[in-house]
Ligand binder design. Structure first.
Ligand code: MN
Length: 326
């Protein structure tokens, strides 16, 4: 069975991609891997199903992110690499185009179930804190030094998926890597500013108005926030990261699970779940066709908002009851 290092050594043209609405882990891993491949003299293109969030503008100084529209031809490639997801269906319509090329697909991912993904070559570890951590390991496997942009990419991955080292996945590997990356020149404080201190002047009002709709349910163990289309529209106009709205709810004492439900334009609901302790939100998301990690998961729910709210409340209720042992 071919390993990813062998595949990289033997092939020349690489197409890197990832999931819809690429997050910091996804794009950080893309930057780090593209730096590595370019350093080896390979041809690399990064294509994503959605444009980069403005928070990641600082990466575009050294890296080009393509976002081909429906029907645009893809750059030629020998190997497609799925980063931070393992299924072409997570890559939207772009995933279909990539799959239709019939080329080798490699998966680099840390989500539950990624070992059963759409690739034929896997570099996966569900215990890894971030996909970027896997790209750091890949550098070591191939004996490649990290460039500064690669180090910044890995660092972005680590801070994105550990919530700047607050979550329980911030393990010894994460801190060891972070120390190494900072010693290679990564400026953590400058990166924090570049990502997080560039909100729109409307953002405090948008956040305040959105949080008005938050509710504490199930004896205060579930915090639920639903955003309708109008609020989603306001958020996107202010370029506000809706996932960050879960943080104030997570900080309430006694809250075990936070659910963020976002109404999509087609009327279905995108649900994000976060757990504080022992509730397995990956198992809950899976009930609705989604997945992720034990403490951070999501699903697209093919139902209206009111129905989605009821479904999430009853699923969390069952999970809490199981946890409480009755
Ligand atoms: Mn990730």
């Amino acid at each position: 069975m071919t390993t990813l290092p062998d595949l990289i050594r033997s092939q020349q043209r690489f197409l890197l991609t990832g999931h819809e609405n690429p997050d910091g882990d996804c794009v950080g891993a893309q930057v780090a891997l593209s730096q590595m491949l370019k350093g080896m003299g390979k041809t690399v293109h990064i294509v994503n199903p959605d444009p980069l969030s403005a928070n990641f503008d600082f990466l575009t100084e050294h890296t080009t992110f393509l976002c081909p529209r429906n029907g645009d031809p893809l750059p030629e490639f020998d190997v497609g690499v799925l980063l931070d997801c393992s299924q072409l269906s997570r890559v939207g319509s772009l995933g279909k185009s990539i799959g239709a090329c019939g080329k080798t697909i490699a998966v680099v991912d840390h989500h539950v179930g990624s070992e059963d993904g759409d690739g034929s070559v896997f570099y996966v570890d569900v215990t890894a804190a971030a996909t970027g951590a896997l790209i750091r390991r890949l550098h070591a496997d191939l004996g490649i030094e990290l460039t500064l942009p690669a180090a910044e990419g890995v660092f972005l991955s680590l801070v994105s998926d550990t919530g700047w080292f607050r979550y329980s996945n911030a393990d010894a590997e994460v801190f060891a890597m972070a120390a190494e990356l900072v010693s290679r020149g990564v400026d953590a404080s400058r990166m924090y500013d570049a990502i997080n201190r560039r909100n729109h002047p409307d953002s405090p009002r948008v956040l305040a108005d959105a949080l008005q709709n938050s509710r504490l349910l199930l004896d205060g163990e579930l915090a639920c926030l639903s955003l309708d289309k109008a609020m989603i529209e306001r958020c996107s106009k202010a370029d506000f990261d809706t996932d960050s709205m879960m943080e104030p709810l997570r900080s309430i004492e006694g809250v075990e699970v936070v659910a963020l439900l976002k109404e999509r334009f087609d009327g279905n609901v995108k649900c994000s779940l976060r757990a504080r302790d022992d509730v397995d939100v990956q198992a809950i998301a899976r009930q609705f066709g989604g997945g992720g990690h034990k403490k951070a998961s999501g699903a697209t729910m093919m139902m209206r908002m009111a129905e989605a709210e009821r479904a999430i409340v009853s699923a969390v209720k069952l999970a809490l009851a199981a946890q409480h042992g009755h």
